[in-house]
Design a protein around this ligand. Structure first.
Ligand code: PMP
Length: 354
């Protein structure tokens, strides 16, 4: 039986994408060859790469606006340093809204001056810092749109004239935004897009080329752009699977359509958390994430009963991150609303048993 998969990442992908991807591993398009045993320079793969890159810009509404989409390697964690190498000349401002943001700050500090313009570390990151200022003479401002571990999400972004860089690893393609307000967006594939192994970078080309340091080729966005995202052998399987997910999303009506579903799922989930006295939410209400709902039991004695019930209902992956504890229901794009309903039923059944 297929489980109800609430994993925070790597996480649920559409079933039809998994089936198509698995077929391609055995025999790509009846070619008699597997997708993972052909040259990345073959027409078959070059077409996949170009299609995937174009779909990204189309879905984000960034076609013809000076942006390039790249499929790189090394995870979002490599972007923590790559962003600084390519953009940090003197000073940058970072919003410390969670432990991934803190890691991005740590890496950037290796290269130059980095300032935290705001932080919610004082409350174990259960809210998004607000009311901060971003000096106009900074090279860029870095933020994390969705804090996967803590279940908080930025509902608005500051207005600034300097390039805004955003780690969208856990909410890319999940909600409509004016994506042209960002100079650079990055996201590990393994939440809303595909298997781990590739990282999406969407960069406005005119923010590049402004730093004086020499950048190693593999770390240089411009090198990857000039080589059509094929400077070295790209991770062909994660990119192909990402392309399938992007096609799936386009077929559903794009980001605007999936956003409506995501809002419905989150509303069912948070209503239960708020109405059921056995649960309490972790993140402050106004900053709650549509992707990752974090919550705790109000009575720890019910832990074993609740977890047995979850298991019996075929629910998987709801344990909270070790730095928060409790539970985390991740409801990425591919999560069916029915799975959220099953989880909510278990929560309300617990109330009737207690
Ligand atoms: N940023 C965010 C918001 C994340 O959730 C994660 C974890 N997937 C990362 C960065 C690190 O990503 P990776 O493991 O791909 O380096």
């Amino acid at each position: 039986m297929k489980k109800h998969n609430f994993s925070a990442g790597p996480s649920i992908l559409p079933q039809e994408v998994l089936l198509k991807a698995s077929e391609a591993v055995v025999d790509y398009n009846n070619s008699g060859l597997s997708l993972i045993e052909i040259s990345h320079r073959s027409k078959d793969f070059v077409d996949i790469m170009e299609n995937a890159r174009a779909l990204v810009l189309e879905l984000l509404g960034l076609e013809g606006k000076g942006y390039k989409a790249l499929f790189l390697q090394g995870g979002a964690s490599t972007q923590f340093l790559m962003v600084a190498l390519n953009l940090l000349e003197k000073r940058a401002g970072y919003l410390n809204s969670g432990s991934w943001a803190a890691k991005a700050i740590k890496e950037a500090k290796i290269f130059d001056d980095v300032y935290e313009v705001g932080s919610s570390k004082d409350a174990n990151y259960n809210y998004i810092p607000k009311g901060y200022e971003i000096p106009e003479d900074y090279d860029y401002f870095h933020c994390t749109s969705n804090n996967t571990i803590f279940g908080t999400q930025m509902k608005s972004f500051p207005k600034t004239n300097i390039p805004m860089v955003c780690d969208m690893s856990s909410d890319i393609f999940s909600r409509t935004l004016d994506f042209s307000q960002f100079g650079l967006i990055y996201a590990g594939a393994q939440k809303n897009m595909g298997p781990a192994g590739t990282t999406l970078v969407v960069v406005k080309e005119d923010i590049l080329g402004k730093v004086s340091r020499k950048i190693p080729s593999m770390m240089d966005y411009q090198v990857h752009i000039d080589k059509g995202s094929m400077f070295n052998t790209p991770p062909v399987f994660p990119i192909y699977t990402s392309m399938l997910t992007l096609e799936w999303l386009k077929g559903k009506g794009g980001i605007a359509a999936i956003e409506k579903e995501n809002e419905k799922k989150a509303s069912i989930m948070y209503s239960e958390i708020d109405l059921n006295p056995l649960f309490e939410g972790f993140a402050v209400k106004e900053d709650r994430s549509l992707m990752n709902a974090t919550f705790n039991l109000t009575n720890d004695n019910l832990k074993d009963t609740f977890e047995t019930m979850l298991k019996e209902a075929g629910i998987s992956g709801v344990n909270g991150h070790r730095s928060v504890g409790g539970y985390r229901a991740s409801m990425y794009n591919a999560m069916p609303i029915e799975s959220v309903k099953v989880l909510v039923e278990v929560m309300s059944e617990l109330e009737s048993k207690a």
